[in-house]
Design a binder for this molecule. Structure first.
Ligand code: HEM
Length: 264
C-alpha cells in the first residue's frame, strides 16, 4: 500500500468533472478537506488491512471450520447480553451526566446538600423523577445483564483459549460495575447510603495489614464525612466511567478481532 502524499492532486477539478448531486458534492468536499489535513483515508486503509491480517491469524470459528450453513446461534438471545450490558451502560452514563447538572456532593450546607438536591430532582425538577429512575433502573439492569452475560460465556465455554484475556477483562469489568453500584448508592447521602457507607468502612478496616490504609484511601478516614462523599462522587462520575469505558472498548475490540465463539 502506498502512503505517498497526494498534495498536488487537484481534487476540485476532479469533483467538477463528475456529475454529482449537491449532497454527494458536499460529502466529498468535506471528506477531501478532512483527508488533506488528517490523511484519514490512508489510516482507514491501514486499519482495514491490519484487521484482515490479524483476523487471518485467528482460529476459525466452528461454523467456518465445518462449513456449516446453519448459523442459528447468531440469533440465540443469550448472545445479545453483552450488547445489552453495553446499551444499559450508555443509558446510565447519559442519564447520570444529566443528573450531574443538578447534584452536588455536599454533606452539609444550607440549602445545598446531596440529599436536598435529590429531593429537588425528585419533587421539583421537570422530569427529574424520570431521569433519576432511568439512571437507577439502567444501572440495575446493567448489573443483571453483565452477570447473565458472564453465565452465558461460562456455559458456552467461550472463555477457553484464545479468549482467556477477555474473560479476565470481564472479571475486572464486573467488579468495576459493582463499584459503580456501590459508589452510586452512597451519593444520595440518605440513611441507606449512610449505613452502607458505615459497613464499607468497617469492611475496609477488617482487612488485615492494609485495612486502615484502605479505609483512608477509599473513604477518606475511619468515620463517614464530607471526604467520604467527595471520594464516592469522583470515583462514580470520573474515575470509574473513564476506566470502564476504556475497558469495554478493549473488550469489544478483542471480540471483534477474535470473532464470536460458538457453542461446540
Ligand atoms: C461491563 C461489562 C461487560 C460488557 C459491556 C461486555 C460486552 C461484551 C460484548 C458486547 C461481547 C460480544 C458477545 C456477546 O454480546 O455475548 C462480549 C463477549 C465476551 N465477554 Fe463480555 N462484557 C462485559 C462483562 C464480561 C464479564 C463479566 C465476562 C466474564 C467474566 C466477560 C467475558 C466475555 C468473553 C470471554 C467474551 C467472548 C465470548 C465469545 O466470543 O463468545 N464479559 N462482551
Amino acid at each position: 500500500m502506498s502512503l505517498e502524499r497526494k498534495d498536488d492532486y487537484d481534487h476540485n477539478a476532479w469533483l467538477q468533472e463528475k456529475d454529482l448531486s449537491p449532497v454527494e458534492t458536499t460529502f466529498l468536499t468535506a471528506l477531501i478537506w478532512m483527508d488533506k489535513r488528517l490523511r484519514i483515508v490512508d489510516y482507514l486503509e491501514i486499519l482495514e488491512s491490519l484487521y484482515y491480517r490479524v483476523n487471518l491469524q485467528m482460529p476459525k470459528s466452528h461454523t467456518e471450520q465445518y462449513n456449516l450453513d446453519n448459523k442459528f446461534w447468531y440469533w440465540y438471545p443469550l448472545y445479545t447480553l453483552g450488547l445489552f450490558s453495553t446499551l444499559s451502560y450508555i443509558v446510565a452514563a447519559v442519564s447520570g451526566a444529566l443528573l450531574g447538572f443538578y447534584y452536588s456532593p455536599a454533606t452539609t450546607g444550607d440549602p445545598t446538600t446531596a440529599y436536598t438536591q435529590i429531593e429537588f430532582i425528585m419533587t421539583e425538577l421537570q422530569f427529574g423523577f424520570f431521569l433519576r429512575s432511568l439512571h437507577r433502573w439502567s444501572a440495575q439492569v446493567m448489573v443483571a445483564a453483565v452477570f447473565l452475560h458472564m453465565l452465558r460465556v461460562y456455559f458456552t465455554g467461550s472463555y477457553k483459549e484464545p479468549r482467556e484475556l477477555n474473560w479476565i477483562l470481564g472479571i475486572i469489568l464486573i467488579s468495576l460495575t459493582m463499584g459503580f453500584g456501590y459508589t452510586g448508592y452512597l451519593l444520595p447521602w440518605d440513611q441507606l447510603a449512610f449505613w452502607a457507607g458505615q459497613i464499607g468502612v468497617e469492611m475496609a478496616l477488617s482487612v488485615p495489614l492494609i485495612g486502615e490504609w484502605a479505609a483512608q484511601l477509599v473513604f477518606g478516614g475511619f468515620t463517614l464525612s464530607q471526604a467520604t462523599l467527595q471520594r464516592m462522587y469522583i470515583l462514580h462520575v470520573f474515575l470509574l466511567p473513564f476506566i470502564v469505558t476504556t475497558l469495554i472498548a478493549i473488550h469489544i475490540g478483542i471480540v471483534w478481532v477474535q470473532g464470536i465463539a460458538e457453542p461446540h
